[in-house]
Design a protein. Structure first.
Length: 204
């Protein structure tokens, strides 16, 4: 035997959802249309500009985000301030499937001949809509004295040292279920050197 269960259907709620979706669709179309009206050659490029614009505004929370069409390069770029008091940086939307050459990058550096921007960034858009930013600059960039690899290794060695030093305390804490906070400590040069030698011997 079957029963029909009455379901209360809220038409007002459905209308609100449809109205909201239609509003965002219209806003999206208007956004793309505005970018195209400035001279952007294709809808594909306009869509990339829109995506970078929204990420700079909503995700990165940069200041004074704007997009503009450059007549010389026939491309739409974006500029934004990473911090409120900074000079604006230039962001160039690129899809990962697009071909890029060093000659093209050198031409992009000409956009900052007058020093208007604090930096120029290539904003690569992946098929899954994630974005990766690479800063480009003229000439050679001096490498940092401490690389990220060394920093990671030093942090790991310091963590191992502190765990060994407070092993008894950690065991008692786990036994009685008492949370503790270990004091921040760093290894002295002699201890760090010994630890480093031990690690190298283990690798060998």
């Amino acid at each position: 035997m079957s029963y029909i269960v009455p379901v209360e259907f809220n038409l007002n709620f459905l209308f609100d959802i449809l109205s909201t979706n239609i509003f965002f669709i219209l806003m999206d179309d208007q956004f793309i249309a505005d970018i195209l009206s400035q001279g952007c050659p294709t809808k594909r490029e306009a869509a990339m500009v829109k995506q970078i614009y929204l990420e700079l505004c909503e995700v990165k929370r940069y200041w004074d985000v704007e997009y503009f069409f450059h007549d010389g390069h026939k491309t739409t770029y974006l500029k934004a301030k990473i911090k409120k008091c900074d000079k604006p940086s230039l962001f160039i939307p690129k899809h990962v499937s697009d071909k890029n050459s060093f000659i093209e990058m050198m031409k992009l550096l000409e956009l900052n001949n007058e020093g208007e921007f604090s930096g120029i960034y290539l904003a690569f858009i992946n098929p899954d809509s994630t974005c990766v930013y690479y800063q480009i600059s003229e000439g050679l960039v001096k490498p940092k004295e401490i690389t990220s690899k060394h920093l990671t290794r030093n942090k790991q060695e310091t963590l191992d040292f502190n765990l060994r030093k407070h092993r008894n305390l950690l065991q008692q804490s786990a036994l009685y279920g008492i949370p503790i906070t270990l004091p921040e400590q760093t290894m002295d040069k002699e201890t760090a050197s010994t630890s480093s030698c031990k690690n190298e011997n283990i690798k060998e």
